[in-house]
Design a protein around this ligand. Structure first.
Ligand SMILES: Cc1ncc(COP(=O)(O)O)c(C=O)c1O
Length: 391
């Protein structure tokens, strides 16, 4: 018997490079190696206690069943309230929001809903690893708009316009950005909205790092800009702001029309997010926000430690990220063949794991991403080892 081929659509995908690094780190540690991991984006903080207690209580009270596919009424209303309070947006909890098991799933159902076979999705790069694969699963392709590191990865509307073709459906923006740490200025965000409105395109705005901001940076939710709400699908979640990566909880905010279509994909894939998990989400949004502020203070300290450590290594240059959890450092002056070769060398020689810039698409060559989501000790140790490697 000759078994038939598996789906071409899936076979053409590549495994996530960030997961590959996580797996390598895990294997090396199992072999007894002392690896410092600056590869992942996993906050090392525990989820705040009041959130954990809310979910534990929900479990104990028997909240262990399916919920409405859109999400529980309490969490839908908490999300609506957040957008009113923080961005002045009037959302109908039962029409404009869908609670999803992770922001990743929120993105997946969004791209499945917006994209047809042969469509193009414009994505400024360097960009997060999964957008391209998700677009491919929907039968579409990503049209990369490589941003220039020399300008600090500034996003110019003309660059987006040049990438538009008759097949373009949407522009995907990640703000604050993983991996560059850029936070869009109001002017840049308005530029995106103007281009999208002019050409009849949707905007997918991945705002998962909205709470992780440093110095004077302010997060502008794309949908709050004039004319943007009907064409924007906002993605966010709990992983980064509340140190809830393992809970898998996120949401989509969009027009009634778009959410109505999205709901079909949600209903026929996961059904709903976990019931007791959603109780944790309500506690996160409605409870005391002090822990977020404390975590951001710690991230800022770690960012500064990492940057000042890198500054003393000739050949490595970087700018201070305005948001998110990563330093995107240029290593092109170090003389390595490419960023993957540097990444491998670093892991082999001093057991420090980073992510090669090429994992983030066009414009990523010559860079590596170093995460400062881990502990202060890990950052200090990574810097010590880097200094040793380059002495
Ligand atoms: C830019 C970006 N979007 C989305 C996600 C997914 O978040 P979640 O843990 O909610 O799936 C991540 C996670 O690393 C991310 O970096």
């Amino acid at each position: 018997m000759r078994l038939r081929a598996l789906s071409k659509r899936v076979q053409q995908l590549e495994l996530s490079e960030t997961y590959a690094i996580l797996d390598t780190v895990r294997k090396l540690r199992q072999q007894g190696e002392d690896v410092v991991d600056l590869g992942g984006g996993e906050p090392d903080f525990r989820t705040p206690d009041h959130i954990v207690h809310a979910a534990v209580n929900a479990l104990a009270e028997g909240e262990t069943h399916y919920t409405a596919s859109r999400g529980t009424q309490a969490l839908l209303e908490a999300v609506a309230h957040k957008y009113k309070k923080e961005h002045g947006l009037d959302l109908d909890a039962n029409r404009n929001i869908i609670i999803t098991p992770s922001a990743k799933h929120a993105l997946f159902i969004t791209l499945m809903t917006l994209l047809d076979d042969g469509d193009e999705l414009i994505v400024p790069t360097p960009s997060w690893v999964s957008y391209k694969a998700m677009a491919a699963m929907a039968g579409a392709t990503v049209k990369a708009v490589p941003l220039d590191g020399a300008t600090g990865f500034r996003l110019e509307p003309e660059q987006l316009e040049r990438a538009i073709t008759p097949r373009t459906k949407a522009i995907l923006i990640n703000n604050p950005n993983n991996p560059t740490g850029r936070v869009l200025s109001r002017e840049e965000a308005q530029g995106v909205v103007q281009v999208a409105l002019k050409h009849g395109l949707y905007i997918v705005s991945d705002e998962i790092y909205e709470k992780v901001l440093y110095d004077q940076s302010r997060h502008i939710s794309m949908a709050s800009l004039e004319g943007a709400a009907p064409i924007t699908v906002t993605i966010s979640g709990f992983s980064k702001a509340y140190a809830m990566t393992g809970w898998r909880l996120g949401y989509v905010v969009g027009s009634e029309d778009i959410c109505g279509q999205l709901l079909k994909v949600q209903q026929h894939t996961v059904g709903c997010a976990g019931s007791f998990i959603q109780r944790g989400g309500v506690a996160a949004l409605e409870g005391c926000q002090q822990r977020i502020a404390e975590m951001v203070v710690a991230y800022k300290r770690r960012r500064d430690r990492l940057i000042s450590g890198l500054e003393h290594i000739p050949g490595i240059t970087c700018r201070a990220p305005e948001g998110a959890l990563y330093v995107f450092a240029s290593i092109s002056d170090l003389g390595f063949e490419n960023s993957m070769a540097f990444t491998r060398w670093l892991l082999e020689t001093v057991k420090v794991a980073v992510t090669p810039g090429t994992a983030f698409g066009e414009g990523g060559e010559g860079y590596v991403r170093l995460s400062f989501a881990g502990s202060d000790e890990d950052i200090d140790e990574a810097i010590r080892r880097l200094h040793y490697a380059f002495q």
